[in-house]
Design a protein around this ligand. Structure first.
Ligand SMILES: [Zn+2]
Length: 167
């Protein structure tokens, strides 16, 4: 018999002795451990993100959710930085927000000339030649640009009416 086998037999002997002496304590300890483990697993399940039908999300679904959440946070942070930058710019230039908006919307002279010629120097809605304004078809605030295609001639009255509709 080599030393390894002898050592193993010794350990088994000690374990049997301990079990024989203390088995009620061991049984109680095992039951307590199982109960605690069950509680932990249950709490874990409750905290896991679920689908709309109440089923627990798969690993892939959870990863997608986390990815979306990360992107959402990034976008919010980007938007925040953009707003802060805008504020700082306005402070540096010493102008009020509405002035800033107007400056931003200044239409290049060559675009103004082209639009004027295309629309025949009159309001495209009612044909009036009084109080004409250059109007962004898609508003600046909704992503419209200062391009020829996005600008039209409107009289002040039609322009106000349109602004009110856009809200
Ligand atoms: Zn008009």
């Amino acid at each position: 018999m080599n030393k390894g086998v002898l050592g193993l037999l010794l350990i088994i002997g000690v374990v049997i002795f301990i079990i024989d002496e203390y088995w009620p304590i061991i049984v109680v300890a095992i039951i307590i451990i199982v109960v605690i483990a069950a509680i932990i697993i249950n709490v874990d399940k409750k905290n896991m993100p679920k689908n709309e039908d109440g089923s627990i999300m798969t690993f892939e679904q959870r990863r997608l959710l986390e990815e979306k959440e990360r992107i959402r946070k990034k976008l919010i942070e980007k938007e925040r930085v953009r707003n802060v930058r805008k504020d700082v710019k306005m402070e540096l230039l010493g102008i009020k927000p509405d002035e800033f908006e107007r400056k931003r919307e200044r239409i290049p002279q060559n675009v103004q000339d082209k639009v004027w010629n295309r629309d025949g120097g009159k309001c495209v809605l009612c044909g009036s030649r009084d109080n004409l304004e250059f109007d962004h078809i898609i508003p600046f605030s909704k992503g419209g640009s200062n391009t020829y295609r996005n600008i039209q001639l409107l009289c002040e009255r039609c322009n106000r009416a349109k602004s009110n509709n856009f809200g």
